[in-house]
Design a protein around this ligand. Structure first.
Ligand code: HEM
Ligand SMILES: [Ca+2]
Length: 616
C-alpha cells in the first residue's frame, strides 16, 4: 500500500506502481515551491504549490474583472481566489486547520445543533424595525459582492454526504476533512446528524495554516453584476453598445447550461434559472430583483452614454458604464446602507467618514470573522412573510424560485420590489424566522440543519476564536460571567459551560444594538473595520482622484454619483410611481414619500459630466 504523502493544496498527486515514486503536479496558474523542513533531525522537502506571481500595468484605466492588480505591491490581494484575512489569530484546535471543538474546560463545545435548538427562538411574524425589508436584501446583495466561500466536493464534483442515513459517518473524518457534520440533540433531519462540509481553503506554504478561499472579488466592485472572472464576465455581455445580455421583458439571462439547476427550483415549464455575476442570484426573490435592478440600470446608462458619445465602441461603453455602476453601488453601500446598520458613532470610530485617501499599505481582503459571523447578522433580519402583490408569502416559498420575479411577463419583479419597500427588516437578535428551518435546507448540501447552526459550525470550521476574543480586539470589555451581558446573553448558559466558549455568531447576536444602529458593538466593529479596508484599500474607489488612480472621476462626475439615491435607481429601473426619498427607511417626516416625477426629491442622474468621452 502506498504511504500517504503530505497533503499538497492545488496539486494533483499520483503514485507510481512501486509506491515509492510520487508525482506532484501543481494546477494551472500555480507553481511548485520546495521547502526544506526538519523532522526528527532529518531534513526533507515539503512540496507546496503557490499561485504564480503576476505583473501589473499601473496605468490601467479600469479595474480588472478578477480584482488583481488593484494593489500594485500585492496584486492578488482582494482578488478572486485570494484567501480570507484574520482580525485576530486563528483558534483552530491544532493551530493549523482543525476546527475549534474543545471548550475552555477541555470538554467538547456544545454542538451547533444544540445551540440552535435551545437558545434561538422562532418567530413567525417580524418584530418591526423602521428599516425597509430592502435594507437586509441589499445586505445580502452586498455580501454576494464581497465574499463567496465554497465547500469541498467529491473528486467527481458531487456533494459529500456526511451523515449517510444512520447518524454521523465516522469514516468521512469527523473533525478533519471533508466532513464536520452537525450533531442534533433531538433527532431532526438525519438521525441527529446535519450534513456539513468544510470550506475550501488554501494551506499557506510557509505557516502550513489553512485559510478559506474567497471565490469572488473582495472589493465592492459590482462583481455580483459582472462576475469575478473574464469568462464569467464575457458570458454576461452582449458585446453590442456596452450592454449586458437580457432575456424577454428585460430580465436577467438564463444560465448557459439549462440543465444546471443548482440552488434553483423550477415551478412551471416556463421558468428558467437566472444567471448573473454571482451564482447565488436565485437564492431568494428579493435578491434576484436587485440583480435585475442593477443589470437594467447598467443597460440604461450604456444607452445614454452611447447617445451622448456616438463614436465610442462596445468595449469602452461597457467599461465606462461598469465604472459608473460600481461607483453607484459604493455610494449606496457607504452613504445609505452602512450608516443605518452600524450607526453614526461606529461610522466615525472606524474611520468611514474621513475624506478619501488611498492607502497602498492596506491589504484589501475579507476577514473570516466578517464572512462567517458579522455579515451573517442578516440571517436574523429576514422576515418570514413577504408582501407580493395582494398576498404575503412565507420565505420558504420564495426561496430559490426565479418564478416569482419572472412570472406575468416580469410583473412579478415589480411586485417583489414594491413588497421590499413596504415590508420591514426584522430585529437583529437571537430570534430567527421559522422559514430558516429544516425544510428550507432539505437539499443534499445542507440536509437536516438550520441556517443558524450552519453559521455557528462555519465559524468553527474557519477556526474563529470565541466571542470574548473579538470583544477584546474591538476594545470592548470581556464578559466574565453570563450575567455580565444582556438578557439574551444570559440565556446562553443553558448550553455553554464557560463564557469564553461562546461562538462569535451567537455572542454577537445577543448584544443590544448600538445607538442609532441595528447591530451590537462587536458586529459594528468587525463590519466597520471590514468596510474601512474595502474603501481605503481600493485604488479604484470612486472618490480616488489622486494620481494612484489613472482613471479618477472628475469632480462633476463624483458629484453626480454622490447625488444619486437608491430611490432614484428604482424610479428608473422599475415601474414605481412613488417612493420615499431614501429607500432603506420607511416613509417618515424626514423621509417623505414622493412621486418619482418630483425631481426636487428624486433628483435625476446628471449625465452631463460624461459628455465628450471621445478620445479615451
Ligand atoms: C433568504 C435569505 C437568505 C438565505 C436563504 C441565505 C442563505 C445562506 C446560505 C445557505 C449560506 C451558506 C452557509 C454556509 O455554508 O456557511 C449563506 C451565507 C452567507 N450569508 Fe446568507 N442567506 C440569506 C440572506 C442573507 C442576508 C440578508 C445577509 C446579509 C445581510 C447574508 C449574508 C451572508 C454571508 C455574509 C454569508 C457568507 C458568505 C460566504 O462567505 O460564502 N445572507 N447564506
Ligand atoms: Ca466584489
Amino acid at each position: 500500500q502506498c504511504k500517504n504523502y503530505p497533503e499538497v493544496s492545488n496539486a494533483d498527486v499520483s503514485y507510481a506502481e512501486n509506491c515509492q515514486d510520487v508525482t506532484i503536479t501543481c494546477k494551472t496558474g500555480y507553481q511548485m515551491i520546495q521547502q526544506m523542513t526538519c523532522t526528527n533531525n532529518v531534513w526533507m522537502y515539503q512540496p507546496c504549490c503557490q499561485l504564480k506571481p503576476i505583473s501589473c500595468n499601473a496605468a490601467m484605466r479600469y479595474r480588472t474583472i478578477d480584482g488583481t492588480c488593484n494593489n500594485l505591491h500585492k496584486p492578488r490581494d482582494g482578488s478572486f481566489k485570494d484567501t480570507l484575512l484574520r482580525l485576530v489569530p486563528n483558534a483552530y484546535e491544532d493551530g493549523k486547520h482543525l476546527p475549534r471543538f474543545n471548550g475552555f474546560d477541555g470538554y467538547l463545545l456544545p454542538s451547533a445543533g444544540e445551540i440552535s435548538q435551545k437558545v434561538l427562538t422562532n418567530v413567525s411574524e417580524p418584530a418591526l424595525t423602521p428599516l425597509a425589508n430592502l435594507h437586509q436584501v441589499f445586505g445580502q446583495f452586498l455580501a454576494h459582492d464581497i465574499v463567496l466561500t465554497k465547500t469541498l466536493k467529491t473528486p467527481s464534483g458531487g456533494n459529500y454526504k456526511c451523515c449517510k442515513g444512520t447518524g454521523i459517518d465516522e469514516t468521512l473524518g469527523l473533525r478533519g476533512e471533508p466532513c464536520y457534520p452537525i450533531k442534533w440533540p433531538n433527532p431532526v433531519g438525519d438521525d441527529g446528524c446535519g450534513n456539513f462540509v468544510r470550506a475550501v481553503g488554501e494551506i499557506d506554504c510557509k505557516s502550513r495554516v489553512r485559510e478559506p478561499t474567497n471565490f469572488i472579488t473582495a472589493f465592492v466592485d459590482g462583481s455580483g453584476v459582472y462576475g469575478s472572472t473574464e469568462d464569467e464576465s464575457n458570458s454576461l455581455r452582449s458585446f453590442v453598445g456596452g450592454k449586458l445580455t437580457i432575456s424577454a421583458h428585460a430580465l436577467l439571462p438564463a444560465r448557459s447550461n439549462p440543465d444546471d439547476k443548482s440552488n434553483c427550483i423550477l415551478f412551471t415549464d416556463n421558468d428558467f434559472c437566472f444567471d448573473a455575476g454571482d451564482k447565488r442570484v436565485n437564492e431568494v426573490s428579493g435578491l434576484t430583483a436587485l440583480h435585475i435592478v442593477f443589470m437594467r440600470y447598467h443597460n440604461l446608462i450604456a444607452q445614454q452614454l452611447s447617445t451622448m458619445n456616438p463614436s465610442l465602441d462596445d468595449e469602452i461603453l461597457f467599461q465606462e458604464t461598469r465604472r459608473i455602476i460600481v461607483a453607484i453601488i459604493q455610494k449606496i453601500t457607504y452613504q445609505e446602507y452602512l450608516p443605518l446598520l452600524i450607526g453614526p458613532a461606529a461610522m466615525s470610530q472606524y474611520g468611514l467618514t474621513e475624506p478619501y485617501s488611498y492607502n497602498p499599505n492596506i491589504s484589501p481582503g475579507v476577514f473570516s470573522s466578517f464572512s462567517a459571523a458579522a455579515l451573517r447578522y442578516g440571517h436574523s433580519s429576514v422576515p418570514n412573510k413577504w408582501t407580493y402583490g395582494n398576498s404575503r408569502l412565507p420565505l420558504s416559498e420564495l426561496f430559490q424560485r426565479p418564478f416569482y420575479t419572472q412570472t406575468r411577463d416580469g410583473e412579478g419583479y415589480e411586485d417583489t420590489i414594491k413588497g421590499m419597500l413596504v415590508d420591514s427588516s426584522q430585529e437583529i437578535d437571537l430570534a430567527f424566522n421559522g422559514g430558516f428551518q429544516v425544510d428550507l435546507f432539505n437539499t443534499d448540501a445542507f440536509a437536516g440543519n438550520t441556517l443558524a447552526a450552519i453559521n455557528i459550525q462555519r465559524g468553527r470550521d474557519f477556526g474563529l476564536p470565541s466571542y470574548n476574543t473579538f470583544r477584546e480586539a474591538c476594545g470592548l470589555p470581556r464578559l466574565n460571567s453570563f450575567n455580565d451581558g444582556t438578557a439574551q446573553f444570559n440565556r446562553l448558559q443553558m448550553v455553554y459551560s464557560h463564557v469564553d466558549d461562546v461562538d462569535l455568531y451567537i455572542g454577537g447576536l445577543s448584544e443590544d444594538p448600538v445607538t442609532d444602529g441595528f447591530v451590537g458593538p462587536t458586529f459594528a466593529c468587525i463590519i466597520g473595520r471590514q468596510f474601512k479596508i474595502l474603501k481605503f484599500g481600493d485604488r479604484f474607489w470612486f472618490e480616488n482622484a489622486q494620481p494612484s488612480n489613472p482613471s479618477g472621476f472628475s469632480e462633476g462626475q463624483m458629484n453626480a454619483i454622490r447625488n444619486l439615491t437608491f430611490s432614484r435607481v428604482f424610479c428608473v429601473a422599475a415601474n414605481i410611481s412613488s417612493i420615499p426619498a431614501f429607500a432603506f427607511s420607511h416613509e417618515a417626516n424626514d423621509n417623505v414619500l414622493a412621486p418619482c416625477a418630483d425631481f426636487s426629491i428624486h433628483q435625476r442622474f446628471d449625465y452631463e459630466p460624461w459628455r465628450n468621452l471621445q478620445g479615451i
